[in-house]
Write a protein that binds this ligand. Structure first.
Ligand code: V1P
Ligand code: CA
Ligand code: ZN
Length: 388
């Protein structure tokens, strides 16, 4: 385990508070904070923690959250419990709580914990104690100023970007969760200091949240041309995704010249995800992390969606390894807690899939090269409007 050498020249910090894993959205709800325990266990089984600075993060305060969220929304969020829900029926509806965003025991703690880890992580970047800061418990991109949405209550990503803007002139946000990063896009729709780029499945009315068309590039103000959307269909594969990502993000970085990057690494874009519709393997997803890391800019790495727990853990463990510059053995470590949880990932021969495969091609691939090139062309044309 000790053989992983600390890469010279840059520091990776890992931000986690184990209290987060004890929270439950409800038995039938797809979001399982327990996947974060599995991730942490796998990271430690490979000894990756020896190659990082590890922090048990503090909870975010209401003040931390109020840099983006409305006070009355935060008041509600901090006081609502399953017991007093009927007292606050109007607010419950007004703030969009319900099936996707249920009120559960410890909700406020859960929100403070994942947001606190993001706030800690971004502060390590801005005070130069870290070059790549990781919080797999964050990345909750749908939350709005005064509204919960899509399993997200506090938008920790927006909190992080606001903090980065205190130190950096321009921040690039990249979102590879299978869903559109609508909350982050909306929060910065009126500034040219943040460019948001989301890759997602797009099928209005049939796939949440239904926004993120290619021509949705920002309203007619300073933020015009600073929201980029890459709407995808079912079944995109590794080579296609890598091609799109490199072409698009390469051009965005050359034109926008960010001083810092936030990468939301939602694991629901993997094949075999319970909610997602893509066919990606860990290799392609991890390639995006590698590509962004290579830019050598302060980098905040966040989680997000991901509903097939063993794949979430494998993915984020691999991406932690990418950050520290380690190559993981293709066999899972022998002594790993919850080992049986990974053993569901067998191929037709009853053998475990190698670590970088999810082994799923269950969605028919609806993309061809013409479609991919039309997406690249669309982004290129939007970027031509950027002037500095
Ligand atoms: O589709 C919907 C809404 C509910 N309908 C009326 C439309 N909601 C989705 C929400 C997906 C949220 C993704 C979050 C993230 O981007 C970031 C953490 O990954 C939804 C789905 C679905 N299949 O898309 N909610 C649920 N499934 C759900 C199922 C069971 C219980 C509760 C929610
Ligand atoms: Ca996305
Ligand atoms: Zn998602």
């Amino acid at each position: 385990l000790n053989e992983i050498e600390r890469p010279r020249g840059y520091t990776v910090s890992y931000h986690f508070n184990p209290e987060v894993e004890g929270h439950h959205f409800g038995k039938l709800h797809p979001m399982k904070p327990w996947r974060l325990t599995l991730t942490k266990q796998l990271v430690m089984s490979y000894g990756l923690h020896f190659a990082m600075d590890n922090y048990v993060s503090l909870k975010a305060t209401k003040e931390d959250m109020a840099v983006f969220h409305d006070r009355d929304y935060l008041e509600f969020l901090s006081k609502i419990t399953p017991e007093n829900i009927t007292t606050y029926e109007v607010d419950h509806e007004r703030f969009n709580f319900g099936e996707d965003c249920p009120v559960f025991d410890g909700l406020w703690d859960y929100c403070s914990l994942y947001s606190g880890a993001t706030v800690d992580a971004v502060r390590k970047l801005t005070n130069s104690q870290s070059d790549i800061a990781i919080n797999w418990t964050g990345g909750l991109h749908h939350a709005k100023k005064r509204e919960a949405s899509g399993f997200c209550y506090v938008n920790d990503i927006v909190l992080a970007i606001i903090e980065l803007l205190r130190f950096h002139p321009r921040v690039l946000y990249i979102d590879i969760d299978v869903h559109h990063g609508d909350g982050v896009e909306q929060a910065f729709q009126s500034t040219n200091r943040v460019m948001t780029v989301s890759f997602h499945k797009y099928e209005p009315a049939n796939f949440f949240p239904g926004t993120g068309a290619a021509d949705e590039t920002g309203p007619n103000n300073a933020g015009k041309h600073h929201s980029l959307n890459v709407p995808l269909k079912d079944g995109i594969d590794d080579d296609q995704y890598i091609y799109l990502f490199d072409e698009i993000i390469g051009r965005v970085i050359a034109s926008f010249r960010p001083a810092a990057i936030v990468l939301q690494c939602g694991a629901d874009s993997l094949g075999g995800d319970r909610l997602g519709k893509f066919n990606l393997n860990i290799r392609a997803h991890g390639h995006c992390v590698e590509f962004v890391k290579r830019q050598g800019l302060p980098l905040l790495i966040l989680g997000g969606g991901g509903y097939t727990a063993r794949n979430v853990a494998r993915l984020w463990c691999h991406e932690t390894a990418v950050c520290v510059g380690a190559n993981l053995n293709d066999e899972l470590p022998q002594h790993i807690p919850y080992r049986q949880r990974f053993e569901g990932a067998k191929n037709g021969n009853g053998k475990m899939y190698p670590v970088l495969d999810t082994g799923s091609t269950r969605h028919e691939n609806e993309h061809d090269l013409d479609y991919l090139n039309s997406l690249i062309k669309n982004v290129t044309e939007t970027l031509r409007y950027l002037e500095f």
